[in-house]
Design a protein around this ligand. Structure first.
Ligand SMILES: [Zn+2]
Length: 64
């Protein structure tokens, strides 16, 4: 992962966390992370696994 990005205005490399461009002084949007954070996916996965084991446990005790 790189720590720089390209300014949309002047196309020069600037620090990833910069709020505005140091070259052309353009205001920049904060860098947006794509997708869900890793911990959200981990919790969802954990819920699925726990849910699956509960389902297996219940169906083995109450067959049919
Ligand atoms: Zn710029």
């Amino acid at each position: 992962m790189t720590n720089t990005r390209i300014c949309q205005e002047c196309k020069t490399e600037i620090p990833r966390d910069a709020r505005k461009c140091m070259h052309c002084d353009a205001k920049l949007e904060k860098f947006k992370e794509g997708g869900l954070p890793g911990w959200v996916l981990a919790i969802l996965l954990l819920c699925l696994i726990v849910g699956y084991f509960i389902w297996v446990f219940e169906s083995s005790y109450f067959p049919g």
